[in-house]
Design a protein around this ligand. Structure first.
Ligand SMILES: [Zn+2]
Length: 169
């Protein structure tokens, strides 16, 4: 008797710390969103993410809940970056040569001496071992589908849920 179950791929939706299993367009959009949030609100990059093809979530620790205009501005800024069709590149850099402006505190302890820095044009750079698109043109259109604010949370009190309208093949 055939074992149909054996043919089914194992689907692991757990997002690894390195983001290796993440959907590259959404994961690259996450880099741009993080850089945009840091610039607009002076917060840290999202530490707890859930990135997938249909819907992605990023969480930030903010001093106050952004208003509707600010949320719209986040979306517009991210789309403006995407629309520049920036190259997304990576480079191995010895840890000692990484600029101090780059936050290394989130890296796992087993990270080696050479860090893989990922550049989204000149808009963002951060260490990441994940999979990215080669050009922001492959991301399509970025849409914030919802946000939530939890003032009682000690960390990550603001969540952004986003979707992508991928470019047509
Ligand atoms: Zn990445």
């Amino acid at each position: 008797m055939e074992q149909d179950n054996a043919l089914q791929p194992t689907v692991d939706i757990t997002v690894s710390q390195h983001g290796k299993d993440e959907f590259p367009p959404a994961h690259t959009a996450e880099h741009i969103l993080n850089a945009t949030m840091v610039r607009m609100f002076g917060c840290e990059r999202s530490r707890v993410n859930h990135i997938e093809r249909k819907k992605s979530k990023c969480n930030y620790t903010l001093a106050a809940c952004p208003d509707a205009n600010q949320i719209r501005e986040v979306e517009e800024r991210v789309n403006a970056v995407i629309a520049q069709h920036l190259p997304v590149t990576c480079r191995l850099v010895p840890r000692a040569e990484v600029p101090t402006s780059i936050d290394l505190s989130k890296l796992p302890d087993d990270t080696g001496d050479d860090l893989r820095l990922v550049f989204v044009g000149d808009y963002d750079v951060c260490p990441c071992a994940g999979a990215h698109v080669a050009n922001t043109a492959q991301i399509g259109h970025f849409r914030i589908s919802s946000t939530s604010w939890n003032p009682n949370a000690t960390t990550a009190n603001f969540r952004i849920v986003f979707r992508l309208d991928l470019p047509e093949e």
